[in-house]
Design a protein around this ligand. Structure first.
Ligand SMILES: [Zn+2]
Length: 218
């Protein structure tokens, strides 16, 4: 995988603010000086982290503050790793959606169209995005995966999905302290919520150490 990233124009497409840090922040930080350029696209808007839904209640003041903090954290991560940031603000799918539902295909098609109006596939040599199973199974992660895989990238562009053992093809070891620094930028959730500590979340804990896993998708 490293040989594909050397000198590459790298595109990262993720569903949520923080996915870029959780699933590949260690790799991006440790190899950034070997890329020609780095662009990170966050596809969806911020609703709630635990239960994104298509129909949101009007957000409370605390929730608005939390969203502002997450956007600020994303901007800080992008500054630290010298990434160009793009935010598409597409509404999150419900957590219970399945791949065979109409709303899933509509959102995936709409996302692919939005991506095509924001980036030129031919501008990238390597792409990192969610795996087909969405890591811990988040439907919004599958949707981003499916939208990215439908884009007309040149045949020589390599595409890598976030993965975990045993289905990975590549394991990247990095500095846990650098990754922790990036994760730490997201920790503050405002006065109305506890701090965000991914190591305490069993779905995210595997990605809080010094290893990240990737699977070659194409
Ligand atoms: Zn996510």
């Amino acid at each position: 995988m490293k040989s594909h990233l050397l000198g590459a124009r790298v595109l990262v497409v993720v569903a949520h603010y923080d996915d870029e840090t959780i699933f590949c922040g260690g790799l991006l930080a440790s190899l950034r000086d070997q890329f020609t350029s780095l662009t990170i696209v966050v596809a969806t808007n911020i609703e709630t982290t635990s239960a994104p839904r298509a129909q949101s209640l009007p957000p409370s003041e605390g929730e608005l503050e939390r969203r502002r903090l997450r956007r600020t954290a994303f901007a800080a991560v992008c500054r630290l790793i010298e990434a160009e940031a793009l935010e598409l603000n597409i509404t999150n799918l419900s957590q219970s959606v399945t791949r065979d539902q109409d709303c899933y295909s509509e959102t995936t098609l709409g996302m692919a169209a939005e991506l095509l109006s924001s980036i030129q596939p031919a501008d990238f040599d390597a792409v990192l995005t969610h795996g087909r199973v969405g890591e811990y199974g988040h439907p919004q992660h599958w949707c981003v995966h499916d939208a990215v895989m439908s884009l007309p990238f040149p045949a020589e562009t390599s595409i890598w999905g976030f993965s975990s053992p045993p289905s990975h093809d590549f394991e990247h070891r990095h500095s846990a302290s650098t990754k922790n620094e990036l994760l730490g930028l997201y920790r503050d959730q405002g006065d109305h919520r506890p701090a965000w500590v991914p190591a305490n979340d069993p779905r995210l804990a595997p990605w809080t150490g010094d290893v990240e896993w990737f699977r070659k998708l194409r």
